[in-house]
Design a protein around this ligand. Structure first.
Ligand code: ADP
Ligand code: MG
Length: 847
């Protein structure tokens, strides 16, 4: 089939017209229609690239590289000539390049440094439905550029599936072109019962299903797996299967060498089973596939703004992705797709994946936007707004790195310089620090070591561990240093598989470090850093690591375990194989959340570097603080004084004791405990409460004495005075109360108190009876009936000012009657209850 037969050409005339008209076009056509390979060529053929180029933004590096190669072939030129690509730290372009495939931040950076986008005629945003971070943001920025300085710039947004509605509004005015494509029907099968991949590995299930459907179609098979490891296990399984002997098994993922990647998409005579990551979902079309086996899994990058951790966990794909994957079987003929999950479970899957802008670390993007003069990121015209927490978090990290500062978090000089380095802001910051400390080479090396996958295998057998120690030597300061030595060893051995295997090095991954290192050095040199060879100063290099990871500072809780406290209130576990196992203070270049078996999640600290405390003061003079805190320790049942040395919120050192606890603070803390009812003072009993009530009623009834009432708030003050000088619960319990309380009143007030609001009242017969005071209502005199014989009339306090109620008690102290006036009691009530009472208490006197 000639490329000209591809469905995209049905839209060609309309496409050209809209491009000349609105200048903004949405092209929506199914995977395989020819969008990625043909649209740039259409632009080239119709003169849109005269005197300029088209930049095609791709979400995946693998796709960018392979598309460039394919288009170069179709155009009939060398890669890097008319057609080229540029991905992070790797570039094949020249002055002749008219079609440039790029990934990630390359376009955004270009727009930042050159808002006029000189030499760019057309921008194409491919695979927009994937909603990659840079797709979203670069498009927003491109619209701004087009509006403000480049009305002639053409913008094309392409996607395999898209809810075009929202996009149309966002881009308006724009043309929307839709092609249905030519898909064949795909039969979808589910597993009859859900399989647990814990019990049966996903690659085994996949191989079994491949065997089952091998004869149901004549074409090639495509198996989707989450990552390189699962892919290699699946390949092994296929190669070991008798039923699949006729098939060639081919892996496809980003970590393979380019030749191996090409092999997977090249047509051959033997039937193939391609085992791929989700790059084959919509980014790359593999012709001839008629059967798809879908694990339903993908490795998904996700930033957790709550904890500030980037996670890379295997997750279940959304239903929309599963449909795309199934579609890969119906490109050339009717096909079949087996999903390795049950139909019932399918109904529970999310319909769409959350866009990256909602789930990734935004720091690099935020720095770039700030550099292009966008101060208020919340007011930026996002296609979809990020989580405000994600923005806060990115800004916080950039402030930590001194890239942003001031009340509106504006970009600093350091921030601007950092942006020149196409690496994560942390590594950019480290390179700048390295320049100050004469350590650019080793820091560039460290940056190179952490870009790809980890090549120093973890959890290796003892023998390998011993060989490592023998060949690489001991290391206690930084895992980076061990990585460097391991890489040098592998490099010297020319990445020989045997040599690498001996010390547990992944040769392929290690091989990629060298070119990266060279590229980092080039970038550094281009920015004027000193990249000359120097003796490596371990301390200087470790300080650079600290400069890039101040928010990953961790303190070991105790030397016997690997548990650590981290800044920002997090906890983690230092990796067992870390070389800095003895360090108490460290920074981890990698904090990963690892999903373990059975669903538990561990926060693992990898690639650690030991840190000395004085460096914190040197690098972050404002962030090291001495904090003194006095608290009530409920367990020790006493007030303790703690003296913390903290870096941000991380406690580096803590001393505590009850010796130098200031009495005032101790009293306040203890009083609070007493008021809350968690501590008690034995002597503070009902009589004390009565005393307080008497004071308060005296203030109310006898204002002439000018007594201050004891309000609830005064109680705390009084208790503070009572417990003053104590530090423990025990001391509080034994405190005397009344001497302090009496001080509330003057001597005259005290003397008057016994007169006007007495504790007891002397009655006509000379007996004394207790008065009970309450918050409200009159005082109550309680007396047994026998004590009241011969007493008549009413009682009052203060010469008739406050009437007293009389509570008449039975001999057993139970209340019989409450009255204001004893005379009426004797007259009306007493005769009625006397017979019954005298019968019940015959031994008492009944007058
Ligand atoms: P779309 O972007 O619409 O998904 P593409 O432009 O990527 O479509 O692909 C169109 C067609 O070009 C594919 O169906 C395939 O036949 C062919 N093709 C694309 N890339 C390659 C490649 N690297 N090798 C072989 N064929 C390719
Ligand atoms: Mg495409």
């Amino acid at each position: 089939m000639s490329p000209k037969d591809l469905p995209i050409y049905e839209l060609e005339t309309e496409f050209l017209a809209s491009l000349r008209g609105e200048g903004r076009v949405v092209v929506q056509a199914p995977t395989g229609s020819g969008k990625s390979t043909q649209i740039p060529q259409i632009l080239l053929r119709h003169g849109f690239l005269d005197g300029g180029e088209v930049v095609v933004l791709q979400p995946r590096r693998l796709a960018a590289r392979m598309l460039a190669k394919r288009v170069a072939e179709e155009v009939g030129t060398q890669l890097g000539d008319i057609v080229g690509y540029q991905i992070r730290l790797e570039s094949r372009v020249s002055r002749a390049t008219r079609i440039r495939f790029v990934t990630e931040g390359i376009l955004l950076r270009q727009m930042t440094f050159d808002p006029g986008l000189r030499g760019v005629n057309v921008l194409v945003f491919d695979e927009f439905h994937e909603r990659h971070l840079y797709g979203d943001i670069s498009l927003a920025k491109a619209l701004k550029v087009q509006r403000e300085s480049r009305p002639d710039l053409k913008i094309v947004v392409m996607s395999a599936t898209l809810d075009a509605g929202a996009l149309k509004d966002y881009l308006a005015p724009c043309a929307t072109l839709v092609s249905k494509g030519r898909a064949h029907p795909v039969t979808i099968e589910y597993l009859p019962k859900a399989v647990s991949f814990e019990a049966e590995p996903v690659w085994e299930v996949a191989v079994r299903e491949c065997e089952r459907i091998a004869d149901q179609s004549a074409g090639d098979m495509l198996v989707f797996m989450p990552g390189a490891y699962e892919i290699s296990r699946t390949i092994q399984g296929i190669q070991g299967s008798r039923a699949l002997r006729g098939f060639a098994a081919l892996p496809l993922h980003g970590e393979l060498p380019p030749e191996a990647q090409d092999l997977a998409v090249t047509r051959t005579n033997t039937r193939k089973i391609i085992v791929s990551t989700n790059v084959a979902e919509t980014s790359l079309t593999i012709d001839g596939v008629t059967a798809v086996v879908d694990s339903g899994l993908a490795r998904m990058a996700r930033f957790d703004p709550e904890r500030g951790i980037n996670t890379l966990l295997v997750e279940k794909i959304a239903a929309a992705s599963a449909d795309q994957r199934a579609g890969r079987a119906g490109r050339t003929a009717p096909g079949i797709c087996v999903r390795l999950w049950s139909e019932r479970e399918h109904g529970q899957r999310a319909l769409h994946e959350l866009p990256e802008v909602k789930r990734l670390d935004l720091s690099e993007v935020v720095l770039t936007l700030k550099a292009s003069g966008i101060e208020d990121l919340r007011a930026f015209t996002w296609f979809e707004r990020p989580d405000p927490k994600g923005l806060d978090r990115a800004e916080a990290l950039l402030r930590d790195l001194a890239a942003l500062a001031g009340p509106t978090s504006s970009i600093t000089e350091i921030g601007r310089r950092m942006l020149r380095f196409p690496v994560h802001p942390r590594y950019a910051r480290m390179l700048l620090e390295a320049q100050e400390r004469g350590s650019v080479r080793p820091v560039a090396m460290m940056a190179a070591l952490t870009q790809g996958r980890n090549f120093l295998l973890r959890g290796v057998p003892r023998g390998v561990e011993e060989a490592r120690e023998e060949l690489l030597g001991e290391e206690h300061e930084s895992d980076f240093f061990l990585l460097m030595r391991a890489w040098r060893y592998a490099d010297r051995a020319n990445y020989s598989l045997d040599a690498c295997r001996r010390i547990g090095v992944h040769a392929q991954a290690a091989r990629q470090v060298g070119p990266l290192f060279e590229q980092f050095l080039e970038v550094a040199k281009a920015e004027g850093l000193d990249i000359s060879e120097k003796r490596v100063d371990g301390v200087a290099v470790r300080k650079c690591v600290l400069a890039g990871f101040p928010d990953h500072l961790a303190k070991r809780l105790e030397s016997s375990t690997l548990r650590c406290d981290l800044v920002h209130g997090r906890r983690g576990l230092l990796a067992r194989e870390s070389a800095v196992g003895k360090a108490t203070l460290l920074v981890a270049a990698e904090i990963t959340e690892v999903g373990g078996r059975g669903g538990e999640v561990n926060v693992l600290l990898n690639i650690a570097t030991s840190i000395e405390e004085p460096w914190l003061k040197e690098l972050f003079p404002g962030e090291l603080k001495d904090v003194r805190e006095v608290t009530y320790d409920a367990e020790a049942k006493r007030v303790v004084a703690r003296r913390d040395k903290r870096f941000r919120d991380l406690v580096l050192e803590s001393k505590s004791g009850s010796d130098d606890v200031p009495s005032t603070e101790a009293a306040a803390l203890l009083a609070k405990e007493v008021v809350a009812g968690r501590l008690s003072i034995d002597a503070w009993d009902e009589s004390v409460e009565q005393w307080i009530l008497r004071v308060n009623r005296m203030a109310e009834w006898f204002p002439e004495y000018e007594v201050n009432p004891i309000a609830p708030a005064d109680r705390l003050t009084l208790i503070e005075q009572v417990v003053y000088g104590e530090t423990s619960a025990r001391g509080v319990k034994g405190r005397d109360v009344m001497p302090t309380l009496r001080d509330w009143l003057t001597a005259e007030q005290l003397a008057a108190m016994d007169q006007v609001v007495p504790e007891r009242l002397t009655m006509g017969n000379g007996r004394k009876s207790r008065l009970t005071y309450s918050k409200e209502g009159p005082p109550v005199l309680s007396a047994r009936i026998q004590e009241l014989y011969g007493i008549e009339g009413r009682f009052t306090l203060g010469q008739g000012r406050v009437p007293v109620k009389i509570e008449v008690l039975a001999p057993n102290q139970r209340p019989l009657q409450v009255t204001d006036d004893l005379s009426s009691f004797w007259r009306e009530i007493y005769p009625k209850i006397k017979p019954e009472l005298s019968r019940r208490y015959p031994r008492h006197e009944w007058r």
